[in-house]
Design a protein around this ligand. Structure first.
Ligand SMILES: Cc1cc2nc3c(=O)[nH]c(=O)nc-3n(C[C@H](O)[C@H](O)[C@H](O)COP(=O)(O)OP(=O)(O)OC[C@H]3O[C@@H](n4cnc5c(N)ncnc54)[C@H](O)[C@@H]3O)c2cc1C
Length: 272
């Protein structure tokens, strides 16, 4: 099967080409897409690319952070002001994958991939999208829930508020370290007010088809301290709402079994 490649200088042109054709797919770094092409996936008839530098921009301030969808994991790792995201980017594939793998592609990666998207869900990111309709923004939770439905839209970037110092935590459990695929990953934003949790956001990767929030655990943490007694109620409901699948990496049963152990360690700051 022949696959056409269309390259555009501007984001708007690429977005229009993407939404105009059912078989069009956007090329981020190609680490997933090129596998689909090599396997002659009939869903890929046209590859749409954009050379617009705006797609790769990183706008980092002490307040809001804006990351272009075309920014790679290697670019995140090269940005000192994004140090809190380095533990996430560093776990995605090996060095060659990280040079190519983009934030935009990670948002579309199916479980057990999607570690960066899991972090963005915990960070309450807003996803910027361009399509035939023009530009719009969508909360990441809504975006991930509807991601596999509807037409092809170009994600142009994500933005979120910088988390308070030391409030963001991430752990990835893999069979091979440091670059194995996730048995599960957990990202959490744990803001403290007078030593007690206020408005925690916790996200799981590989615990459903797309990253999901751990809403029961978030509720159970409200007003609690981050010590053994304080986190116990959240750990008890860790797997509530999660729907992991069996795959080559782990069974759904195993993922549910180990989730509370790793959530507890993450909340206590005890590492993986
Ligand atoms: C050996 C190997 C190891 C890997 N390890 C990990 C891992 O540990 N963790 C992990 O999370 N992932 C892993 N991956 C998967 C993948 O590399 C990452 O998820 C990566 O971030 C995907 O980004 P990409 O730019 O390569 O996506 P692409 O392959 O370019 O695209 C993937 C999908 O997203 C769509 N897409 C991409 N960008 C956009 C956009 N801006 N707007 C709309 N649609 C878009 C594409 O059309 C395609 O459908 C691994 C892959 C390989 C091959």
């Amino acid at each position: 099967m022949t696959v056409a490649v269309k390259t555009f200088g501007r984001i708007g042109e690429a977005a229009a080409a993407l939404s105009a054709e059912r078989g069009a797919r956007f090329f981020g770094g190609g680490t997933i897409l090129m596998r689909m092409v090599n396997e002659a996936d009939p869903d890929v008839a046209t590859i749409v690319r954009s050379t617009d530098p705006a797609l790769a921009r990183l706008a980092v301030s002490s307040g809001r952070i804006e990351l272009g969808a075309g920014a790679t994991m290697a670019a995140i790792l090269a940005e000192r002001d994004l140090a809190f995201l380095h533990p996430v980017a560093r776990t995605i594939g090996g060095p060659a994958i990280r040079e190519a793998a983009t934030i935009g592609g990670n948002l579309f990666a199916h479980s057990p991939y999607g570690d960066f998207a899991t972090a963005l869900l915990a960070l309450d990111a807003i996803v910027a999208i361009a399509g035939g309709f023009g530009q719009r923004e969508q909360p990441i939770e809504e975006f991930l829930a509807g991601r596999d439905r509807g037409g092809r839209q170009l994600v142009t970037g994500v933005s979120f508020r910088r988390p308070a110092a030391d409030s963001f935590r991430f752990v990835k459990v893999a069979r091979i370290r440091p670059k194995g695929v996730a048995v599960l990953s957990i990202a959490a934003q744990l803001p403290l007010a007078s030593g007690r949790i206020s408005g925690a956001r916790i996200a799981y990767g590989a615990m459903d088809r797309a990253p999901v929030r751990a809403k029961a655990a978030e509720r159970a943490l409200e007003g609690r301290t981050l010590d053994a007694a304080g986190v116990a109620p959240a750990v008890a409901v860790a797997a509530e709402g999660a729907a992991p699948v069996d795959d080559a990496i782990a069974s759904a049963w195993w993922r549910r079994e180990i989730l509370p152990v790793h959530l507890r360690r993450l909340l206590l700051g005890a590492g993986a």
